[in-house]
Design a protein around this ligand. Structure first.
Ligand SMILES: NC(=O)c1ccc[n+]([C@@H]2O[C@H](COP(=O)([O-])OP(=O)(O)OC[C@H]3O[C@@H](n4cnc5c(N)ncnc54)[C@H](OP(=O)(O)O)[C@@H]3O)[C@@H](O)[C@H]2O)c1
Length: 273
């Protein structure tokens, strides 16, 4: 049975922490010694939940930081007494750089992870980064644990972590908007809402599934749907007009990346205008 380092603390276990717990439970990972710490004390299914750090129990081998980046300076001083040179701190905090984490937890091995929400169904994307040395056995254990949540990779540089994160992290929210637009269009065509929604979800799932398994380019895939002078081609002519859709997605990703840079600056202690 696969195990996380024992014990593992999830400090903050909201949307993302719970998605990871769900994914690991589905993968059969042993969470019997793990604990979720959240002020509301609302139980997280499948894992012991407590309301504060002092109730967590045995000192952690691994700490997963799953609160909002803005809370870092509130939570870091509470965690500091628990951290030794053997502690692994895995930060999920969007934007907050390794140097800022190291400044708060100088003794710990610091790893950054940017997961996305489908980790809950083991189809997530997870980018990992470590700025320092990490023992080979631990690297392997973490690689395996995160691979159980989907497509996991180590980024070579913190910049490439940010780049992967800017697409993968928020990506499910953008895809959700696309699915909703597709479903709304179905309703406008006269379909009942629930049916339109299922059709939109299944169309995106099927397309992604085919793309993942066939290896064909997206141009090839689109070409196989759109015959010359046919219906799809008429639709694509609208979607492709003045490259507006591509530019919209580009601007969307850029805006999130800029926000990540702001959060990074705040965690470095810089004033943000
Ligand atoms: N959501 C995503 O798709 C995604 C993707 C990549 C990275 N991330 C990163 O993951 C982190 C969490 O995001 P989220 O979407 O899961 O947020 P969320 O749903 O708001 O969860 C935040 C968690 O932090 C807990 N918390 C608040 N104050 C705390 C404190 N003082 N000490 C300990 N825990 C505290 C909350 O406790 P309660 O449950 O008791 O309220 C909650 O469990 C963020 O840093 C974000 O950048 C999220």
């Amino acid at each position: 049975m696969m195990q996380l380092p024992v014990p593992t603390w999830f400090v903050g276990c909201g949307n993302m922490g719970q998605a990871m717990v769900e994914g690991w439970r589905l993968a059969g990972v042993d969470l019997s010694s793990a604990v979720a710490i959240r002020p509301s004390n609302v139980p997280v299914p499948g894992i012991r939940t407590v309301g504060s750090i002092k109730e967590a129990g045995a000192p952690p081998r691994m700490i997963i930081l799953g609160f909002k980046p803005q809370k870092l300076d509130e939570v870091a001083p509470e965690l500091l007494p628990w951290i030794t040179s053997k502690t692994i701190v895995v930060s999920l905090l969007a934007g907050v750089e390794t140097a800022s984490l190291k400044a708060r937890f100088p003794k710990a091995t610091v790893i950054r992870a940017i997961p996305n929400l489908p980790v809950s169904v083991r189809r997530g994307v997870v980018a990992l980064f470590t700025g320092g040395e990490i023992e080979e056995g631990l690297r392997k254990q973490l690689s395996e644990a995160f691979a159980a949540l989907g497509f996991a990779m180590w980024a070579e540089t913190e910049n490439s972590l940010a780049a992967i994160g800017s697409v993968a992290g928020p990506g499910p929210a953008y895809v959700a908007r696309f699915i909703a637009a597709l479903a709304d269009a179905g309703v406008e065509q006269g379909l009942p809402k629930a049916l339109a929604s299922s059709i939109a979800v299944e169309t995106v799932l099927g397309t992604a599934w085919r793309a993942a398994s066939s290896g064909e380019t997206m141009d090839d895939l689109a070409r196989r749907v759109a015959s010359p002078r046919g219906t799809t081609e008429a639709g694509l002519a609208v979607l492709d007009r003045e490259d507006a859709f591509r530019q919209l997605i580009g601007a969307t990703i850029n805006a999130a990346r800029r926000r990540g840079a702001e959060l990074a600056a705040e965690a470095r202690g810089e004033q943000v205008a």
